[in-house]
Design a protein around this ligand. Structure first.
Ligand SMILES: [Ca+2]
Ligand SMILES: [Ca+2]
Ligand SMILES: [Ca+2]
Ligand SMILES: [Ca+2]
Length: 300
């Protein structure tokens, strides 16, 4: 690189990296309705207020740290008061910055921990998102509005069901669905309660399409469609009930096969029985099944 080109490069580089550091988000954090610029300044986070409100810096850590989810999608209102909070993973703690009050709150964790994907959302029906943290044997729910922390012992080997953080009982606020061995476990943060459903030795919530956790009975709250051996199992957390449909030893849900097929409220489940090519549509709303013979070629 020639010296002149190097000089030009340095000028451009200097202009694109502000003195405050690397821009990591442009979101209203002080609650005045005007977006603020948020910068990674190395060991601190610097906020340049959009409304000529000046600059504020928060020391984070001299070690490594990161925004929760690694990006600004985690910067949302957590306490029901105007202005987004900034949750930061500082290793041994989840730090939350509330710029509106210029305050910082730390939630300490030991061992490996992470905020669950999709785990920043309203879980108690009161303004402000709660945070769901996976922490070893525990699912921990943080309510920043009250600084309340509640931990649920799920077991030694569990995982959150994909798209399994959503309202499942029709009462405002998301539930959290988890797979733990032979059990489906649903935590309801609003009532600080936990309910287990025994499904079987080998099961999984349907991942065909995106509707394995969706309304299937036309009533508020999502149901869960579960593949468990020869059975299709529908769990309705609203009523804490399970419906089991015995299909065959070899069957599968069609690609994007969980949709509303009959026009009546609630998704239906379309599946094919292996070998026979028989198509069946299960309607959880009324418990009925329609069977269609499509010939031995199945779904082709
Ligand atoms: Ca707030
Ligand atoms: Ca809330
Ligand atoms: Ca709910
Ligand atoms: Ca429903």
């Amino acid at each position: 690189m020639k010296l002149s080109a190097l000089a030009l490069f340095l000028v451009v580089f200097t202009c694109s990296v502000f003195a405050q550091g690397v821009l990591i988000g442009t979101i209203d954090v002080n609650g005045d309705g005007v977006a603020d610029n948020i910068y990674n300044s190395g060991s601190s986070i610097t906020i340049v207020h959009g409304n000529n409100g000046g600059t504020r810096s928060y020391f984070i850590s001299s070690g490594s740290w990161s925004l929760v989810f690694g990006n600004s999608s985690s910067i949302v209102d957590l306490d029901g008061v105007a202005g987004a909070e900034i949750p930061v993973n500082v290793g041994g703690a989840l730090m939350v910055i509330t710029d509106k009050t210029q305050s910082v709150h730390n939630y300490n964790f030991s061992g490996d921990w992470a905020v669950a994907p999709g785990g920043i959302t309203d879980m108690d029906g009161v303004a402000g998102a709660e945070m769901a943290v996976i922490n070893g044997s525990y699912l921990t729910i943080i309510t920043q509005r009250t600084f309340n922390v509640v931990s649920y012992n799920i077991g030694t080997n569990w995982s959150i069901v994909p798209t399994g953080i959503t309202d499942m009982d029709g009462v405002a606020g998301a539930e959290i669905a988890m797979a733990s061995g032979s059990n489906l476990v649903i935590v309801t943060p609003k009532t600080s309660s936990m309910h287990s459903y025994t499904i079987g030795a080998n099961w999984a919530v349907a991942t065909s399409g995106v509707n394995g956790v969706s309304d299937m009975d036309g009533k508020p709250g999502a149901e869960l469609a579960i593949v468990s051996g020869s059975n299709l199992v529908i769990v309705t957390p609203r009523t804490q009930s399970i419906a089991s449909y015995t299909i065959a030893t070899n069957w599968s849900i069609l690609s994007n096969g969980i949709q509303n097929f009959n026009g009546k409220a609630g998704n239906d489940i379309a599946l094919v029985v292996g070998g026979t090519g028989q198509l069946r549509v299960v309607h959880p709303a009324d418990g009925s099944i329609n069977s269609y013979s499509t010939g031995s070629t199945g779904t082709s």
